[in-house]
Write a protein that binds this ligand. Structure first.
Ligand code: FES
Ligand code: FE
Length: 463
């Protein structure tokens, strides 16, 4: 039987050699290596479904935004038939970017170099000097369109892949779809973006943020300590023991996707603190008293109860998913946040981590809410999201401090010989009544869920 051969770097190191699957270690050199980066672009970013944005960003015919799939720029646009297309933003004539603005509305995208023009669906309209055949006669017009990616929508989120053989997105999400449906599919109207996304370029390898998003729980204790000091995550004293209840929850993971479901009882006690014993309540009573983040009134709550299954309602009642990722480069933050008037606010933040080289990525941040949220509440949700998960937000200011440091460390001749360790192992542990969906790790947050991210990375990179 033929043995699978792991790709190798120029110095003979095989990709396989960068991992110790038994001791759960990964070479720090993965966090900065232009050769590894190039292999990632081919083996991951041209193969998997990638999140590019939300349908509400381009509501009208001709609307478009320019986004990235790996290091390839793409035009995401809506055509006259209301269909969304994703086309490579590279002119098939001589390689100029066809679209040079970040967003807009156009029924024709005309390349500024020699004037070739393309429709929102990527098809070639024509070139100047049509009769004189500026575009030649070797290829018919049908062959001169922009390269097209496959597109799939998931609760309004726009995903695309270059891989014509890829299974549908549902396969990439696996059992985790059950939890993502809770996050994105709770209301009849669905979600919408609150304005255009923020963009920031960070001098770091994309994986520093990518793998952290897959449920790195322990950094909450230290890196985000200031959030507790100011009461954003509930008040806490100086004792580390007081963190233990906050670190309790249920991590779920599969295929590199991971979510941290945070104990509703702890949230209720620390952020509402009415003295009532939350654990004695039924699922229905719990979600009524503490609806998941973003469910801000009775109408949305009723819709949620209608749309979600009893198993999904149970998840919301016990520990709603609040923080996590979608493999490979999406970070999700669906959080509660105390407001200055004493009430409990919420914010939905989605980030994508777009690689721009081995030591640079673009951090795109969307703020969302349920479309049918009252207008005045949308302002509060936007403010909470900006202050926590925005590029200048308190949480992301903490997180983004570490990523460049790890990348610089990985550049050192000695530093690159260090390993990343995921050895806080809790083991699978599904509480009674919790749905049998994905790998379930209940209790104090450990490294198990995050390790799935690396297993998925390893699988794709060694193929
Ligand atoms: Fe676009 Fe020539 S490169 S028209
Ligand atoms: Fe964080």
């Amino acid at each position: 039987m033929l043995k699978k051969v792991s790709p190798a770097l120029r110095d003979g190191t095989r990709i396989e050699d960068l991992f110790n699957l038994e001791t759960r270690e990964v070479s720090l050199s993965t966090m900065y290596d232009p050769e590894i980066h190039q292999i990632e672009m081919e083996k991951i970013f041209t193969k998997v479904w990638l999140l590019l944005g939300h349908a509400s960003e381009i509501p009208k015919s001709g609307d478009y935004v320019v986004r990235y799939m790996g290091q390839d720029e793409v035009i995401v646009s809506r055509d006259r038939k209301n269909e969304i297309h994703v086309s490579l933003n590279v002119c098939p004539h001589r390689g100029m970017h066809v679209c040079t603005s970040e967003s807009g509305n156009a029924q024709v995208h005309k390349c500024i170099y020699h004037g070739w023009a393309f429709r929102p669906d990527g098809s070639f309209v024509g070139a100047p000097l049509e009769k004189e055949k500026m575009h030649g006669e070797i290829y018919p017009k049908e062959k001169l369109g922009l390269k097209k990616a496959r597109v799939q929508l998931f609760h309004g989120l726009i995903f695309a892949t270059w891989n014509q053989e890829a299974a549908p997105l549902e396969d990439q999400l696996g059992d985790m779809k059950f939890y993502y449906d809770i996050m994105f599919g709770k209301t009849h109207g669905g979600m919408e973006v609150l304005g255009p996304p923020q963009r920031l370029t960070i001098p770091a390898n994309w994986k520093t943020a990518g793998e952290q998003a897959a449920c790195d729980g322990f950094h909450t204790l230290t890196l985000h300590r200031s959030q507790f000091d100011i009461g954003n995550f509930g008040n806490i004293s100086d004792s580390m023991d007081e963190f233990i209840p906050i670190m309790q929850g249920i991590n779920v993971a599969q295929k590199g996707n991971a979510l941290r479901c945070i104990s509703a009882a702890t949230t209720f006690t620390s952020l509402i603190g009415s003295g009532e014993d939350f654990t004695k309540l039924s699922d229905d009573e719990r979600v009524t008293k503490l609806p998941p983040p973003g469910i801000v009134n009775a109408q949305l709550l009723a819709e949620m109860k209608e749309r979600l299954s009893p198993e999904q309602i149970h998840v919301c009642a016990v520990a709603p998913p609040q923080v996590g990722n979608m493999f490979p480069n999406v970070n999700l933050l669906f959080i509660y946040a105390p407001l200055p008037d004493g009430t409990l606010g919420s914010g939905y933040v989605i980030h994508t981590i777009n690689p721009m080289g081995a030591d640079k990525f673009q951090w795109i941040t969307w703020f969302l809410c349920e479309k049918d949220t009252p207008e005045e509440v949308k302002d509060v949700i936007r403010a909470v999201a900006v202050q926590t998960g925005g590029t200048s937000g308190l949480i992301e200011q903490d997180d983004s401090d570490t990523w460049p440091h790890m990348t610089i460390a990985a550049k050192g001749a000695w530093g690159r010989t260090e390993t990343l360790k995921y050895q806080a192992i809790g083991g699978e542990n599904r509480p009674e009544g919790w749905p049998d969906k994905a790998h379930v790790y209940a209790g104090l947050s450990k490294d198990d869920a995050q390790w799935h991210w690396w297993l998925q990375y390893h699988e794709l990179m060694t193929q």
